[in-house]
Structures are given as structure tokens and as C-alpha cells.
Design a binder for this molecule. Sequence first.
Ligand SMILES: [Zn+2]
Length: 169
Amino acid sequence: MAKKTTAKKQSSKPVKKTETAPKAETKKAVNTAAPKQKQSKAKKTDKLSRREKIFQTIKQDLIAQKESLLREAEETLSALPSDLNFPDMGDQATAETDRNFMLRLRDRERMLLKKIEETILRIDNNEDYGVCGECGNEIGIKRLEARPVATYCIDCKTRQEEEEKIAEG
Ligand SMILES: [Zn+2]
């Protein structure tokens, strides 16, 4: 009886060793395993909840919004008057006002871009996206679709805005 068990152990070990010896055969084994991995990935996406699927749609919208913002920023930048030495003082003042306005606009765009990039990262890394930063409740899908960069639920945001109004007087 003891001889049979040792024989089984010996027979199982050499099989593994001979498999690793020919390198070409192991490469073929990896290739045939590839389609199986694709199937398992497809199953994973099926397992995504309705909410997570909407997050992916929101992410695509955010990427598109980011690209259009970058395009607009480039156009604004090229439209900035570079030469402010106008002969007439009135024209110079108007040009400077326009320039300040465009620079302020770019600040707002930069802030929005930063928010968009942070939101895309949060969706990618699955970092509490769609969870209120104050009460920890899930932010409603309708609110996220309307305002994807929202970090507070509507109740907390409304309360914050009311408190800000009181603080401002
Ligand atoms: Zn909240």
C-alpha cells in the first residue's frame, strides 16, 4: 500500500517538470488560453450594475466635454489680443477689458477641467463616485446625469447653498 502512494506522488511531479521544458509548447498553451480570458471579461461587464453602466456613459460624456473644453480654450487663447499698443486710448481700454474677461473665462474653464479630470479618475478607480461627500448616501442618477461632477447629494447641496446665503446676508 505504501509503495502505491509513493508511486502516485512520483508520477504527478515529473509531469509538471516535462511541461516546463519545451518553451514552444508553453507559448502555444498561453495562446489557446487567450479566448477564455476574453469570455471571462465579457461576463464581468455583464455583472456591472445598472448604476455602474450609467457611470461609464457619464464618463464618456465627461471625456467628450473635456475635449471640447480644451478646444475652446485653445481658440480663446489664440483670440487673445497680443498687441495692446493701440493709438486710441479708448480702444486700448476696451481691448484690456476683453482680455481680462477672457482670462477669467479661462480660469473657470480650468477649474471645470480639473473637476472633470478628477471625476473621470474617480469613476476609473471606482473611488466612491456617486457617493455624497457629506452624508455618504448615493447621489441620485438624475442628478449625476445632469451634473456629473457633483460630489454632494441634492439634500446636502441645497442645505449648503442655504447656509451660504445666510452667511452672505
Ligand atoms: Zn448628502
